[in-house]
Design a protein around this ligand. Structure first.
Ligand SMILES: *[C@@H]1O[C@H](CO)[C@@H](O)[C@H](O)[C@H]1NC(C)=O
Ligand SMILES: *[C@@H]1O[C@H](CO)[C@@H](O)[C@H](O)[C@H]1NC(C)=O
Ligand SMILES: *[C@@H]1O[C@H](CO)[C@@H](O)[C@H](O)[C@H]1NC(C)=O
Length: 366
């Protein structure tokens, strides 16, 4: 029965398909006839419209991990399309001609999670350009002409991956503290002369500083990043002072913290005075590292306290609900019982009345 039902439904679908096909066929026929009927110069116009896809270029939408994505790459855009869906969560507008990000450029798009702006000509980003981006997690600004990025960018509450490679950023850009939970910071091919001094980032795991002009590095530069796992310092003119075992100290710190560093980084000169076993890290290094670790611990504890609270509140709610349901049931049962009793009493009274009547009748009959 079921199979039969399905079969007949499919037949109907085919029927609809057939009719659509036929309808399209007629349309096509009509179009061909119309084109044939058109004067020759109009035919030319139709052909131009057909062959010039620039005129009808549009961002294409799709769903990625249940997020709305707009794909606007390589469209020679010099601004974000005015009719772009405001609810877009993933926006790829790489390889275009954007020149600046003004305060209002991204303001209408409040749901962005992934924003790819790489390979444009962006030079000027106004301070409040990212103000509405409360959900932004990944931002790609690489391959642009930025020599400044707004300080507010580093305060975004969910930003975890930031690509700033291939720009013109200098040390002065990083005169602030990062409060975003950055896991990955990509700064390759810029003009940095030292590791950015950007406060404690307990979440940072990958720091890419390859192709800059960094000359000195020390353990104190890295200690505020206490979760660091990968560090790329390749193609930087780093010089160590041989006199005070700087190179060995650095190598020892990287080893102790299990930080993966690109292979061509440190080749310390062999000196007997600086055996790796003897190196001492400065008190400041420990201080910075410990402060960073404490922040992580506090976060874990806050999180734990929160989940305990959530558990307690849920338990109490469930308990109250059960009590309420139980009370309600008892109340309902009592009411039903009382009703039954009443009914029984009434029935008994009625019976008594009937009996009385009957006895009266019998008395009357006799
Ligand atoms: C952009 O916003 C910042 C911060 O609110 C403000 O100082 C600046 O004047 C704004 N720029 C323009 C052009 O309105
Ligand atoms: C750093 O960036 C460069 C350039 O994109 C890349 O080749 C390299 O693999 C990156 N390093 C790490 C550790 O991710
Ligand atoms: C580092 O700390 C230790 C113990 O707290 C102290 O004895 C030592 O003098 C400190 N070293 C420096 C250079 O401050």
């Amino acid at each position: 029965m079921w199979i039969f039902g399905n079969y007949s439904r499919r037949l109907t679908v085919i029927g609809i398909d057939m009719s659509i096909l036929l309808f399209n066929g007629f349309l096509l026929l009509g179009f061909v006839v119309a084109v044939d009927v058109l004067p020759p110069d109009m035919r030319g116009v139709l052909q131009i419209v057909d062959r010039n896809p620039v005129l009808i270029k549009k961002c294409t939408y799709s769903k990625v991990y249940s997020m709305l994505e707009a794909q606007c790459s390589k469209m020679e855009l010099d601004n974000i399309p005015f009719n772009l869906n405001k609810d877009v969560q993933v926006l790829d507008i790489t390889v275009n001609r954007l020149r600046d990000l003004r305060n209002d450029t991204l303001a209408p798009f409040k749901s962005l999670v992934y924003l790819y702006l790489g390979d444009n000509f962006i030079q000027n980003i106004e301070e409040a350009a990212f103000r509405n981006q409360h959900y932004l997690e990944v931002l790609d600004l690489s391959k642009n002409g930025c020599d400044e990025v707004p300080k507010s960018l580093f305060q975004l509450p969910h930003l975890r991956t930031l690509y700033l490679g291939n720009n013109k950023l200098t040390d002065s850009v990083f005169k602030m503290e990062v409060n975003s939970p950055l896991k990955m910071l990509q700064l390759t091919k810029n003009k940095l002369t030292k590791i950015p001094n950007i406060g404690f980032i307990p979440t940072l795991q990958t720091l890419n500083l390859s192709d800059n002009v960094i000359t000195t590095v020390s353990t104190e530069d890295l200690a505020p990043f206490c979760s660091l796992k990968a560090l790329d310092l390749s193609r930087n003119p780093i010089r160590f002072n041989d006199g005070n075992c700087e190179c060995q100290t650095m190598t020892a710190w990287l080893k102790e913290r299990k930080i993966n560093v690109n292979s061509d980084f440190v080749k310390c000169a062999a000196t007997n005075d600086c055996a790796i076993i003897n190196v001492q890290f400065s008190n400041r290094t420990y201080e910075l590292y410990n402060t960073c670790s404490v922040i992580i611990q506090q976060k874990v504890e806050t999180e734990k306290a929160r989940s305990v609270w959530i558990l307690v509140v849920s338990c109490v709610s469930v308990f109250l609900f059960v009590v309420f349901v139980a009370l309600f049931c008892v109340h309902k049962r009592n009411r039903r019982r009382r009703k039954k009793q009443k009914e029984q009493q009434q029935l008994a009274a009625n019976n008594a009345n009937t009996e009385l009547l009957n006895s009266n009748l019998t008395v009357g009959n006799s």
